[in-house]
Design a protein around this ligand. Sequence first.
Ligand code: PMP
Length: 404
Amino acid sequence: MDIDSIRSQFPILSQNVYGKPLVYFDNAATTQKPQCVIDSLCRYYTTLNSNIHRGAHYLAAQATDEYEQTRQLVQKFINARHSHEIVFTRGTTESINLVASSFGERFVGKGDEIIVSAMEHHSNIVPWQLVCERKGARLRIIPFSDEGVLDLEALETLFNERTRIVAVNHVSNTLGTVNPIGEIIQMSHKHNVPVLIDGAQAISHRQVDVQALGCDFYCFSGHKMYGPMGVGIMYGREELLEQLPPYQGGGEMIKDVTFERTTYNELPFKFEAGTPSVGDVIGLHSAIGFMQQIGIDRIATYEKELTDYATEQMHTIDSLRIFGTAPEKTSVISFLIGNAHPYDTGTLLDKLGIAVRTGHHCTQPIMDRFGIPGTVRASFAIYNTPAEIDILIAAIKKIAPILL
Ligand code: PMP
């Protein structure tokens, strides 16, 4: 694969920070955007900007067309049965809040239970806690091992007649674990319990086929898959979406409004109140095109090579501990140097031009599980190189004596 040519499509990567070439290893937080996505946003605001669906004029028709074409592309990308099962949101967080709120309203009652895992991002914990507070329900937690592998035997024991939904991530943003969601979905369905998958950290690293998986909801963000910020997806199975009440009220989500009674629009518009991020949705079309041109399997293979190389190199540093050593991982490595505070490590790496993330990564229960304040997280994308990993390793070797 010609990584130089892929890199050259990302103008942001060619800059220096603090006089050093930028090494961008914060891809799990957000990926950088290729020129085709930047051009698409520019083209939208230069030639297309218009509010969609309602306008009788040329620009509105064109913008609507491209917006709906993106919906169809997303449908194909994740192999959904219908394009109206694809709902545009602002991101994974809004997608999960939508499901938690609407599903919770319709299906969760006093004494009911919702299962999440101990390795969820806060956005797949707090929305469910809000439902529990509102409805008098409670959360049940799937534990994980020291390696960062979910305990499916423990999950089996959590099901009972009060279980209403299981919500788990496909890939952990902190540990990198690829969870066996196929098995989790099968197990849950055996108990007649639907499953929401938080796919924020999987969608740019793995082929996702929602029909093959059989999941009921699958949520992800555009900005973690080379697309713009401000757009996300909530995929839901038609039969379930039909039964859920709207999340927000406003324009576009209605059929008829009177002061006595309002009827709601059909799917997916029932869940898309107000003016969406039209330009960002159209930009997402280009981002998916970018990924498809390379091929998701080739992206996964290359990222695995990078991750294996980085892991191997890190093992040569005695004071370095890696958190998350599951057999199947994506390109996320969480680590600590001795007992140094992750923030100090991150700050020193930053001064050497290396962008990593530090802290609890919105997964405080994981930090509690390991009894640590946080980690340093390096996460790789298709444009990263082994040479950049060498820079990271050299930098860690340089700063370790200062930190220890
Ligand atoms: N879930 C996971 C696993 C994530 O990594 C993130 C982003 N860090 C989110 C949910 C939330 O995504 P967003 O901020 O794009 O809504």
